[in-house]
Design a protein around this ligand. Structure first.
Ligand code: F6P
Length: 359
């Protein structure tokens, strides 16, 4: 039985995309031999809409285990726009279904985060055979304890914090490091613990700036001349937390406030008089080679996806639950976000060693 499998990567990239693509491809060639064809779709759903596809050869998947980025390219094509016909008059859903049919695909593998899973579910509801694989440095996909890319980003962010420690110490400064994660604070939480941050500020636990400033002052009074604050990109204070997203953005813009790290650093310096600096590693957290953990996870996810294809078990989202690689139904995953619970064990661990969340 011939099988033609389409693969795309969508949304923000992360280390481990190529390792996952390779895992799927190697497992498929291994299981189905010459009975399988793999079609690479360019730039995520955009390539599916515009029929930008390429028949891949087994050799195309060699040598990519360690490489960052994605061999297929990626783009953000927001889910909310999928059913909207824009100025170009393109019916995106209809076009994606047409490409699937024209390319004679038997199934489509989508590697991505929350938005990608929502569109994957939409396509599954439209009758396509879809399997989602969980990618994101944010680790915020519902139903999986971990996503590929997360641990590599934790390693990179931890290295950043390690380096900030020595310079912060030399100068006796407050160092505020801003870590990606607009909605969920997993990356900041894990890197903060691994890097020995003194304060961890995440969107799920709104902060009181007085408490953060007091924590810096307390350390200074104890003779610890420096403090490290790991701050998630989406951090908000208790007042901002009461606002709707647009209202919050407007209030910040009106006050001339920019990023979370700049807001917090500025206020701490004013309130305490302690010299403060900001570091934003930004997209560095998404670049480069995946860690050993992510290479292994990506390979396990890829192999599991190939198994689902063999069983013709579609409409699924690959996941890791505990130590087991498994899958959830796409419709159960789509539209949900895995936030850090206030009583998460890692939050409690951090608190137990005196890390302040500013709450
Ligand atoms: O979702 C992954 C992520 O890296 C977030 O942590 C961050 O907020 C966002 O992507 C940045 O997106 P962009 O690629 O558009 O800069």
């Amino acid at each position: 039985m011939k099988r033609r499998i389409g693969i795309l990567t969508s949304g923000g990239d992360c280390p481990g995309l190529n390792a996952t693509i390779r895992g799927v491809a190697k497992a498929c060639y291994e299981q189905f031999g010459s009975e399988v064809e793999i079609v690479g779709i360019q730039d995520g759903y955009s390539g599916l809409i515009n029929n930008q596809c390429k028949l891949m050869q087994p050799n195309d998947f060699s040598g990519i285990l360690t490489t960052g980025g994605t061999i297929f390219g990626t783009k953000r094509t927001p889910f909310r726009e999928m059913r909207v016909i824009g100025e170009d008059n393109v019916d995106k859903v209809k076009s994606m279904k047409k490409t699937y049919k024209d390319q004679k695909l038997d199934c489509l593998l989508t590697l991505g985060g929350n938005g990608t899973h929502k569109t994957a579910n939409l396509l599954a509801e439209e009758g396509l055979h879809v399997i989602g694989l969980p990618k994101t440095i944010d680790n915020d996909i519902w139903g999986t304890s971990v996503t590929f890319g997360f641990h590599t980003a934790v390693d990179i962010a931890t290295d950043v914090i390690d380096r900030l420690h020595t310079t912060a110490n030399s100068h006796g400064r407050i160092l505020v490091v801003e870590i990606m994660g607009n909605k969920a604070g997993w990356l900041t939480l894990y890197a903060g613990v691994a890097g020995g941050a003194d304060m961890i500020v995440i969107p799920e636990i709104p902060y009181d700036i007085n408490k953060l400033a007091a924590a810096c002052e307390k350390r200074a009074n104890e003779g610890k001349g420096f403090s490290i604050l790991a701050v998630a990109e989406g951090a908000m204070d208790t007042e901002e937390a009461k606002m709707k997203k647009k209202e919050r953005a407007k209030s910040r813009a009106d006050a001339g406030l920019t990023t979370a790290s700049n807001r917090i650093a500025g206020e701490i310096q004013t309130m305490t008089g302690l010299e403060t600096r900001v570091c934003v590693p930004g997209h560095m957290l998404r670049g480069g080679s995946p860690s050993a953990y992510d290479r292994i996870l990506a390979t396990q996810f890829g192999v599991y996806a190939a198994q689902l294809i063999k069983e013709e078990n579609y409409g699924m989202a690959v996941a890791k639950v505990g130590d087991v690689i498994t899958a959830n139904r796409l419709k159960d995953v789509a539209g949900k976000t895995k936030f850090v619970p206030a009583d998460d064990q890692m939050v409690r661990t951090a608190r137990e060693i005196g890390i302040s969340f500013g709450d």
